[in-house]
Design a protein around this ligand. Structure first.
Ligand code: SF4
Length: 375
């Protein structure tokens, strides 16, 4: 499957924990979409005769920009590539941007999947996270989106300052009452150089410890699985047929083309796999979006192997021992010792020749990948 990603780099304000590439000045929106059209035209040869499986508007906050701009870009893409009624078209959105009129406009523009940054249904927790919307906004927006769109995803964050297991369970129960088709669960991470990071360093803020966060993650697994959601990736749960096609395709190492500042792309031509990315500078993008690519790397065999191990574990795709041996540096006996060690911790299942993560292993996916890759 071939996908497209568009990075819309605007937010009203930067949330204290966020380290994404974005700006908080929306005065550039019109120029941004002009530059996006130029970049898209420059990539026309890469789009020719492509059937587009998924389009993902991410950011930043794509729900902040005029719907006419999104619709204009979708029209341009439909002229350059094959977009069908079956193409998944997702927009990441924040509850405070979505009233019923805007939801109708988004639907009319061709968006068929909304990914809503709910983060929590608790007013206290939303304030602790520094989010702009209220608990009522979150419930109203998700209900109205569900009444209009065939597939709605919500993001929830666990591990906010002062959060208890009971408050987290309240978030999960509120989500289950609304029953969106897809739920993403993230543990709050303290990314370097963010406001949250500085506050934690200074001791102004204290977050729940790792064990407490792990307990919240396990609680999400239990409640969401019991309610019929399939845990198909470390952070993602979906009702049957409602996984994110765009994200799953990236984790399966299928090709995608990115647009906008700081967007990444992955192309496969025969045996050659290339990753490239646009510069993370809005001004540079506005100035020369057709020349936005600033790094390009043809993957070596060893990089491809590392990616395959890391990404397969995340989506619980079985890895064969035979495949893992391709990367083993210290011999089969050492690899098997590593595998049995991980199995004894309860993190992986070894079934004949096949290795997969267990539910508990989802919590330690990066550690498991690290151990397998160093074997
Ligand atoms: S709305 Fe999302 S992208 Fe924007 S600052 Fe907050 S977390 Fe980051």
């Amino acid at each position: 499957m071939f996908s497209l990603y568009v990075h819309i780099p605007f937010c009203r304000e930067r949330c204290p924990y966020c380290d994404f590439f974005l700006v908080t000045r929306s005065g550039f929106t019109e120029r941004f979409f002009e530059a996006l059209a130029v970049e898209t035209a420059s990539k026309a040869p890469l789009l020719k005769e492509r059937q587009i499986g998924a389009i993902h508007f991410g950011g930043g906050t794509p729900s902040l920009v005029p719907v006419t701009c999104l619709a204009g870009w979708l029209t341009q893409i439909a002229d350059l590539a094959e977009v069908t009624a079956d193409t998944e078209i997702t927009l990441e959105a924040n509850p405070e941007d979505l009233d019923s009129a805007r939801l109708d406009l988004l639907k009319d523009a061709g968006i068929n999947r909304l990914s809503i940054g709910v983060q929590s249904f608790s007013g206290r927790k939303l304030r602790a996270l520094g989010r702009a919307h209220s608990s009522d906004d979150a419930v109203r927006t998700v209900s109205e989106a569900l009444a209009r769109f065939p597939s709605v995803s919500i993001d929830l964050i666990c591990g906010a300052e002062g959060e208890s297991l009971a408050e987290w369970e309240g978030d999960l129960q509120a989500a289950l009452r609304l029953r969106p088709q897809h739920v993403s669960v993230y543990m709050l991470a303290v990314e370097e150089k963010t406001r949250l990071w500085r506050d934690v360093q200074k001791g102004i803020r204290k977050l729940p410890g790792e064990e407490q966060q792990a307990g919240m993650y396990r609680q999400a697994m239990v409640l969401l699985s019991a309610a019929g959601y399939r845990h198909y990736e470390v952070s993602n749960y979906a009702l049957e047929g409602h996984h994110s096609r765009y994200n799953l395709s990236c984790w399966r190492r299928e090709p995608y083309l990115g647009f906008g500042p700081a967007a990444h792309s992955f192309l496969v031509q025969g045996a050659c796999e290339t990753r490239f990315s646009n510069a993370g500078s809005l001004l540079r993008y506005l100035d020369d979006s057709a020349g936005a690519v600033d790094s390009r790397e043809v993957l070596t065999g060893s990089q491809r192997f590392d990616e395959e191990v890391f990404l397969s574990l995340r989506i619980r795709n079985p890895l064969s021992v035979g495949f893992l041996r391709k990367g083993d540096k210290l011999g089969l006996q050492h690899l098997m010792e590593v595998l049995y060690g991980l199995r004894d911790k309860g993190w992986i299942r070894v079934d004949g020749d096949k290795v997969t993560l267990t539910d508990e292993g989802f919590l330690f996916a990066d550690l498991v990948a690290g151990e397998l890759l160093s074997a």
